[in-house]
Design a binder for this molecule. Sequence first.
Ligand code: ADP
Length: 398
Amino acid sequence: MKVLVINSGSSSIKYQLLEPDSAEVVASGMVSRIGESLPADAVTIEHQSDGETFEHRGEIADHAAGLRAVFELFTASGHDLAAEGLGAVGHRVVHGGEVFYEPTLITDDVVRAISDLSSLAPLHNPANVVGIESARALLPGVPQVAVFDTAFFHRLPAAAKTYAIDAKVAAAHGVRKYGFHGTSHEYVSGKVADFLGRERTDLNQIVLHLGNGASMSAVRGGRAVDTTMGLTPLEGLVMGTRSGDLDPGIIFHLIRTADMDVNDVDALLNRQSGIKGLSGVNDFRELGRLIENGDTAAKLAFEVYIHRLRRYIGAYLVELGRVDAITFTAGVGENDAKVRAAALAGLERYGIRVDEARNTAKDRAARRISADDSEIEVLVVPTNEELAIARASARLVA
Ligand code: ADP
């Protein structure tokens, strides 16, 4: 059985056709710059299939047009989706609110409910809905499944998920910590148990998902008990372009004194802050090059990033009491040995000892980077949200 996984963002669609059992990726690609006016030769879709790359050039008016063009590329590359015998289409949906907390078969009511949650995720949920509607129209006979980024954090303990504001206001407006990247945190914490040959119910874990967006979770016996992202993905760690935690008073201060309105501050904190706001670049490879060239702003950005990581590592060590494994994943976590080393430097008294040679070895597989005498295992485990979504979708329709 094959599953098509669709991750529909505000101006892009990422997709993969894969076999959930073997994890084999049959084809994959990305539609970018949806809705922009572009020259006719601009590449807007790159599609990989059987080792070959296929391209689509020219404007993509909207998500429906993007998916139609993707389906044509599938056909052109020898995988007619209508004839492929798809078992399911799995959609990544960002916000499930209080409503959805497990993979859900998509019906008209489900689409409406995801759309109703748009006030909590104004950039993401509307794009997810358009992706779902387009895929349903193009593949009418195939079951469609929604897998929610918030689901893994649905049962956070009350003390962890409650913001200390007027309880009536919070209840009326759905204000609580929801958490995101849940598919990745759940997948990676499961892989850690496999790697260690232990039951996930026996393990206390800290997972650091450090990509362009970044979040950390504390997982006790397979269940998330805390996470850094909140009502929205803005809370917590310093990210590529997001500030993470800050004094909420900064928002009022800017609105009152900097001639900014709420949309300006939203854009500032989500798109012009974090590593980018401090250094001018948001990619850690470029940040590393700037630091090597003596750029002091880049050095400070790195230090602020690490300071925040360590603050939460300390918090989660205390929250969990006993920690068995600390695991790095996603683009930065899997690739940047300097970030990993700095995040855990000098923590020997807490049972954490990273082995330098293991940490800097080039390896793509799940691996241990702690020293043999480290009480807490430190691991690097590649995440695979598409595979997790494909497997969840296949299980649901089986
Ligand atoms: P997204 O949040 O977009 O899914 P990813 O998990 O793919 O992000 O992470 C993307 C980020 O990973 C890049 O912006 C870059 O900072 C970082 N990254 C990717 N490759 C490397 C590398 N070899 N070394 C350091 N950082 C890397």
